[in-house]
Design a protein around this ligand. Structure first.
Ligand SMILES: *Cc1c(COP(=O)(O)O)cnc(C)c1O
Length: 382
């Protein structure tokens, strides 16, 4: 079955007589039993924190999406990543983290893990096989994100996983960019694939949700236990919204990846733009690696403008009418941010500034171009 068909039909309620197309939302903290002894049965969900039928339905859809054995659902993408990380490490461990990682994850590792006595070392996202040189006796986990947030470096995931396996090290990837549609990390042997389901799966910028999809039962057990210990829980209303997003995911993603690549190609030709950074664009330094491992692109990319003042960059963004000024991506509305102030890189090259990130929504491509063109016209270069 093709993806569009699969995700229209997956995880639907079993049809009886006059069954709704979608799952009911069952709202509960307390679950009641008619026999006292049943309260402590291990084969039954005994309390609202452990989810509901619709939680199971959503988890199943994610398992199928990425060929995982189990999915744990979290109240945010950040929670999915941090709890999944915590489930694999202990005091005294050494963790390798890509320098291109999502900012709040970097902060979690540098600040929170450090308090726990876990050392985080940043690596250059283009390190490939050379990651072996950074491995110590205490190295327990490698945390990847490909492409990197804001700067879009593609990592050689198969090479890194091969070295991790040889050294008995766990691997985790933040796979938010690909929506699990254009890249399947578990099939390359990565242990846990995390998503900010907030982005493409929500699709309408109104739900926070994260998932951690595990490759093996042993890994899944660790994630689930840690999530339970930390009191993880998400409302059935939010889960309903994410499962609804799944129904249109493939179609929205296709449209948005097409708009994003077309817009990147067009921007690359504009005289005030020095280059675009989009893995699916031929000019991207990791384009060959992207072609080898990915089957498609995403909806976000960055553009490096020719030198101009910070003030000019902000004015350029303020003038846009169709691009909202806000974080996140994967919703139906286009967004634009100035990345420069938050691009703190230690192990990889700083980009030759002003870096502007575009997230494409479902608007018409020509309308988006006109909006950018009008604002570019007024941009004053240094
Ligand atoms: C947005 C994002 C997150 C965090 O997800 P939230 O649901 O906003 O907490 C994590 N990783 C990446 C790559 C993201 O883009």
């Amino acid at each position: 079955m093709k993806k569009e068909t699969k995700f229209s039909h997956i995880s639907r309620p079993k049809i009886g007589i006059a069954t709704p197309v979608n799952h009911n939302i069952t709202k509960a903290s307390t679950l009641l039993f008619n026999k006292s002894k049943d309260l402590y049965r291990s084969d039954i969900r005994g309390y609202g924190r452990h989810g509901s039928e619709i939680h199971d339905a959503l988890a199943h859809a994610f398992n199928v999406l990425e060929d995982g054995v189990a999915t744990t659902i979290f109240p945010s993408g950040l929670a999915a990543c941090t709890v999944a990380i915590l489930s694999l490490v202990k005091t005294g461990d050494h963790v390798l983290l890509t320098d291109s990682s999502y900012g709040p994850i970097k902060k979690f590792c540098m600040q929170f893990l450090s308090i726990m006595g876990i050392e985080t070392e940043l690596y250059n996202p283009r390190i490939g096989c050379d990651i072996e040189k950074l491995i110590k006796k205490s190295t327990r986990l490698i945390i990847m994100e490909s492409p990197g947030s804001l700067s879009f470096e593609i990592q050689d995931v198969p090479a890194i996983v091969k070295i991790a396996k040889k050294n008995k090290i766990f691997t985790l990837i933040d796979n938010t960019w690909s929506a699990g549609l254009s890249f399947k990390p578990l099939n390359h042997g990565v242990d846990i694939s995390c998503h900010a389901a907030t982005k493409y799966f929500g699709g309408h910028s109104d739900i926070m949700c994260g998932v951690a999809i595990s490759r093996t039962k042993e890994i899944a057990k660790k994630v689930k236990q840690t999530a339970t210990h930390l009191g993880n829980s998400i409302s059935p209303d939010d889960v309903y919204g994410i499962l609804r997003g799944f129904r249109t995911l493939v179609t929205r993603f296709k449209q948005q990846e097409e708009t994003s690549l077309s817009l990147a190609k067009w921007l690359n030709e504009q005289s005030k733009v020095s280059r675009v950074i989009h893995p699916a664009h031929i000019s991207h330094p990791d384009h060959e690696l992207w072609k080898r491992d990915f089957t498609g692109g995403g909806c976000i990319f960055s553009a490096v403008f020719k030198p101009c003042s910070e003030d000019e960059v902000n004015k350029f963004i303020d003038r846009l009418e169709l691009f909202g000024i806000g974080f996140s991506y994967g919703g139906y509305e286009s967004l634009c941010i100035n990345c420069d102030p938050q691009l703190i890189r230690e192990k990889s090259n700083k980009l030759p500034g002003p870096l502007i990130r575009f997230a494409c929504g479902l608007e018409n491509l020509e309308d988006l171009k006109i909006d950018i063109e009008k604002s570019l016209l007024k941009l004053k270069l240094a």
